[in-house]
Ligand binder design. Structure first.
Ligand SMILES: *Cc1c(COP(=O)(O)O)cnc(C)c1O
Length: 370
């Protein structure tokens, strides 16, 4: 399928952010976006890279009412030589389609998604920031666009990709976070949506996150919805516990998201010959390990922060401090290795990196991005 390209005239392009030290997250968008429509009769059609601009949508479209929508989140990294790296993007395309199936939405052929990301970055390559730790965040998503108020799966969809420069997560080095184990709300139940990147999961988490922040914590650590004792994940990150020298992470079956960072951590641990287990783990095991002086480290793993060390866990009115306000050794090593690979500083033995190659000039209108 040929992607038609409708570039914004050079004179109309928005200025790139001058100060890369306060980019933040999700505040600034590049000049272009990708759109593609799907109908039950015709399948995917009109793949287009055009200006980033407001959408015209009828108020009755299904996504507004019943939430049929999915997304992905990935990054493009500027290397010291000026080239641009993508990290395990095939996994994002694969996971997007797992989400699509669960929400009864059409799958997006991975080669189209990857070609669209490539074409978009080619056109907006100047938006990929270059300061240490910054990146271009890439957000593919799909919404149900059939105007209809009856409850059913849509017969029309819109797939989009928007991008924008985002800041370094730790401009002043690691900052261990304080986490509240959530005792009142659940994020996902068995057979539900916990394993897919769909809006409902995040809508369900907002009140708990707000209350945790009001109580002085950064994020919520979720327990399983049935027994409220097994640990699941934290915010939009998977969670790891290092207990007695062994790294443990909950399994991804059903209620937790199969993070690509999580998978990369497991692969690195195996490669290093260090013990790592995917198994159910209870909050009681963690607090008992803390009491016994065996809770070495706790950290989250996800694309946004890469590795996020936990400095304090709060559960049932008790606080469990970790690491004297500093990141653990293993968290630091995994962080250094992952960003080293992503930014092309370290070797890439797993073939996780795609270095983008562009033509010298911008693609001409309507040309294929090949
Ligand atoms: C996206 C996400 C993650 C992390 O996945 P990555 O592929 O590592 O970015 C973990 N948990 C939830 C709930 C998420 O939405």
């Amino acid at each position: 399928m040929e992607i038609s390209i409708n570039p914004v005239p050079k004179s109309d392009r928005r200025p790139k952010p001058r100060n890369e030290s306060n980019l933040g997250f999700g505040k600034i968008y590049s000049d272009h976006m990708f759109t593609m429509e799907w109908t039950a009769d015709e399948g995917w059609r009109n793949p287009t890279i055009g200006p980033y601009e407001p959408l015209q949508l009828e108020p009755s479209i299904l996504v507004f009412h019943y939430g049929q929508t999915i997304f992905e989140g990935l990054k493009a990294y500027r290397t010291s030589s000026g080239s641009i790296n993508l990290f395990r993007t095939d996994k994002n395309a694969e996971r997007f389609n797992i989400s699509a199936r669960r929400l009864d939405m059409p799958e997006v052929p991975p080669e189209i998604m990857l070609k669209a990301i490539h074409g978009l970055i080619e056109l907006d390559r100047e938006w990929v920031p270059s300061s240490s730790g910054t990146s271009l965040y890439i957000r593919p998503f799909m919404i149900a666009t059939e105007p209809y108020l009856g409850l059913k799966s849509s017969s029309r969809y819109l797939f989009l990709i928007i991008t924008g420069p985002v800041g370094a997560y730790y401009p002043e080095g690691f900052n261990p976070v304080k986490i509240q184990v959530c005792e009142q709300y659940s994020r996902a139940g068995p057979g539900g949506l916990g394993a897919v990147k769909t809006a409902a999961n995040y809508a369900a988490s907002l009140l708990a996150e707000k209350e945790a922040i009001e109580n002085g914590f950064t994020q919520v650590l979720w327990l399983d919805a049935c027994e409220r004792k097994y640990l699941e994940e934290v915010g939009a990150m998977n969670i790891f516990f290092k207990i007695g020298g062994k790294l443990i992470t909950p399994p991804t079956s059903g209620t937790t998201l199969a993070g690509i960072t999580r998978d990369s951590v497991i692969r690195l641990m195996q490669d290093w010959g260090l013990p790592v287990e995917e198994r159910r783990i209870t909050i009681d095991e963690v607090t008992a390990a803390h009491a016994g002086g065996k809770l070495d480290e706790v950290f989250g793993a996800g694309t946004a922060a890469v590795i996020s060390p936990v400095g304090l866990l709060h559960y049932q009115n008790k606080s469990y401090a970790l690491g004297n306000g500093k990141a653990g050794e293993l968290a630091q090593r995994l962080f250094d290795e992952l960003i080293g690979i992503q930014y092309g500083i370290k070797p890439d033995p797993f073939n996780w990196i795609t270095t983008l190659k562009f033509g010298a000039a911008e693609p001409i209108p309507s040309a294929s991005t090949g």
